[in-house]
Write a protein of this length. Sequence first.
Length: 190
Amino acid sequence: MAFDSILTEVKDGIALITFNRPKSLNAMNLATLDQLHRILANMAQDDDVRVILLTGAGEKSFVAGADISELSTFNALQIKHVSQRGQEVLRKLENMPQPVIAAVNGFALGGGLEIALACDFIYASETAKLGLPEITLGIIPGYGGTQRLPRLIGKNMAKEMIYTGKLVSAGTAKEIGLVNKVCDPESLMD
């Protein structure tokens, strides 16, 4: 199956899903959400896939959130549809029959962090920055991050990140329980 925004590879039972829009820091647009949904639906039925690993193309970004240039062209009803679609896709990700690992190799912002939160494990590069900065645009996380983040790191720290748009380093993310492990960039995919 060939997609333009996401690369997939299955080898030795490990499915690698790579968000492949490095010029936009792997920002999620509606087409990418739809591609991810189809990929997950297929992998959920694939007995050869024993674990799924998600990462972003390039060194700068896992997923830097929603594609703002696309969102700015949508009306309120279209934005609602995108949010509902994002929630549907991330519920699918969260409920995959295989373990899912987010290998955060740079920015995991907004929808990117929400994708990581839907995974079973989050491993981050030392250079990673994580956060939900949507509030600085006057919007709130729309893919379920307001529910998943407090469950993982506690209500008060989650409110601080959501209300202020505060970004945290990989080290801080490890300290607050947001990521399982911090790795040097060269060994993240190992």
